[in-house]
Unconditional design. Structure first.
Length: 183
């Protein structure tokens, strides 16, 4: 594509159109970033909330607040994108009318530049989501070995039922004895 030489007044409308296109693309990229954050239940840095208490109630409330912050950000971004799209539509009509048949190649070059920039930005965001998912998800240890509670060091062999009762440990309550014992 050959570069165009434009006067300042001519370049003004094109640069405004390009800026609006860039804003819409960045807004879409931010939406693209926040949706997987909600799906994977990870919290980006802007939504981090620090609470000094470590109780389970405060942790669950903090997580709900973080999720709410991301959802509010998504609502805001969708509204912003809608407003920008309206402005972009009006600007597109204005510039297309002003430039006539020259508008199509200019539009193609603008879209090409914005798409290459957004591809780089999306790759960075994918990497951020991957890193957040790795750091914020808890991995269960699979090599946990449980040892038996009771080790029989005597010469007496216990039945399975007796061993099951002994494995319940000292805190196990046998319940009340029957009041009347029938022989």
């Amino acid at each position: 594509m050959t570069p165009y030489r434009l006067l300042a007044s001519q370049a003004k409308t094109i640069s405004r159109f390009k800026n609006l296109c860039t804003k819409v693309a960045k807004c879409s990229a931010n939406i693209y970033f926040n949706k997987p954050c909600l799906q994977h239940k990870v919290t980006p840095k802007y939504a981090q909330i620090k609470v000094p208490s470590t109780s389970s109630a405060s942790q669950s409330t903090t997580q709900k607040a973080r999720t709410l912050r991301i959802k509010e950000e998504l609502r805001f971004l969708h509204k912003k994108k809608e407003i920008l799209n309206r402005k972009l539509y009006r600007r597109h009509l204005q510039v297309a009318q002003e430039w006539g048949r020259w508008w199509d190649p200019i539009l193609e070059s603008i879209i090409l530049k914005i798409n290459t920039e957004m591809e780089r930005k999306c790759k960075v965001m994918d990497e951020k989501i991957r890193r957040l998912t790795q750091t914020q998800t808890r991995k269960l240890k699979t090599n946990i070995k449980f040892y038996p509670r009771v080790v029989n060091k005597s010469s007496i062999d216990f039945s399975d039922q007796e061993m099951e009762l002994l494995n319940k440990s000292l805190k196990y309550n046998l319940g009340e004895k029957a009041k009347r014992m029938d022989p």
